[in-house]
Design a protein around this ligand. Structure first.
Ligand code: GLN
Length: 196
């Protein structure tokens, strides 16, 4: 099982570190050919405007949409969650339109230092540490989304089948719960259909 991590800018290395701790193989993704080698994909935090432009220029925009529509798993954190949303505000920008949610950019946390909150998460029994760095607010989550964690009454971790989005940065804490969950999603969704 190979997990691709979009490696244009942002904190892609932190995701690779977390995944390697869990024994997963990782690959940096900068081209469509890189993506084709992968069973799952992480869209890391960073600047969603820059990342979106890169995806459009490199043909990765359509390739990632096809990757999702083929049923393979994608996990977007912060800027990555913005890319997965169907509607982006503050300021408005385009996106991959893969998850039915409206996000408001630059809502939680500061530019230079992160804000840390603790909140309940359906994936574990105790509170989860959530690091926010100018993270988006999920203003509206469609009925297709399961809310796995909330902070201050707003969803911060949501899933629709093979797609997972966090407005915080689980890769920046030592708690591997969310990455473990994503690896389970990859393995569930990369399973080849049984032949007749
Ligand atoms: N505010 C950034 C954006 O809109 C996201 C910040 C982050 O990924 N830490 O792209």
């Amino acid at each position: 099982m190979k997990i691709g991590i979009l490696a244009v800018q942002g904190d892609f290395e932190a995701h690779a570190t977390r995944l390697r701790e869990l024994g997963a193989e990782t690959r940096e993704v900068r081209t469509v050919a890189d993506l084709e080698q992968c069973d799952g994909l992480i869209l890391p935090g960073g600047e969603s405007t820059t990342q979106l432009q890169f995806l459009q220029e490199e043909g990765l925009y359509d390739a990632i949409r096809n990757f999702a529509n083929s049923g393979r798993a994608i996990f977007g954190t912060c800027a990555g969650a913005i890319l997965l949303a169907s509607e982006v505000k503050n300021p408005p920008q385009s996106s991959l339109h893969l998850m039915d949610m409206t996000v408001l950019r630059n809502a939680y946390g500061r530019q230079v230092a992160s804000d840390v909150f603790f909140g309940p998460c359906k994936l574990k029994s105790g509170p989860m540490e959530m690091v926010f760095i100018r993270g988006p607010i999920v203003e509206r989550a469609g009925n297709s989304l399961e809310v796995l964690a909330e902070y201050a009454g707003k969803p911060v971790l949501v899933q629709n089948k093979n797609l997972l989005a966090a407005t915080f940065h689980p890769e920046l804490t030592s708690d591997t719960t969310v990455h473990e969950h994503f690896l389970q999603m990859v393995s569930a969704h990369s399973a080849k259909p049984a032949t007749a």
